[in-house]
Write a new protein. Structure first.
Length: 123
């Protein structure tokens, strides 16, 4: 008996026409939003409706097909927002990290140090 070892575990599954499920979802949502823009704004001029439809399709195709460095644009947006949310500097402050300093300023780390419960030195 021969067993084939899968070597393509780090790739997305292909759903239709070589596109992943994520790409198909973006294209479907883009087509649906373009159809909604075309049918819901009947009072708008034809040129404005065509611009709205083209914008919906262009955004959907960009999100679905553009993958810089092998990552989708939604991943890059998440990473950018996470970078902006994180602090850019780290400061070491011993007083903040020492929760056992009492009001007189004496350190009480001995209370937190591990001790054997059955020994005479146990607190």
């Amino acid at each position: 008996m021969r067993h084939e070892i899968p070597t393509h575990l780090n790739v997305e599954d292909r759903a239709f026409y070589g596109l992943s499920a994520r790409q198909v979802t973006y294209l479907t949502l883009g087509c649906a939003s373009a159809y909604w823009a075309w049918t819901s704004a009947l009072e708008m001029p034809l040129a404005a409706r065509l611009v709205a439809v083209a914008a919906c399709l262009l955004i959907a195709m960009t999100l679905a097909l553009l993958r810089p460095l092998g990552r989708g644009l939604e991943t890059w947006a998440y990473l950018g927002l996470r970078y902006l949310a994180l602090p850019k500097r780290a400061v070491w402050r011993c007083a903040i990290l020492d929760p056992v300093i009492d009001a007189q300023g004496e350190e009480g780390w001995a209370e937190w140090s591990p001790a054997l419960a059955w020994s005479e030195e146990a607190v």
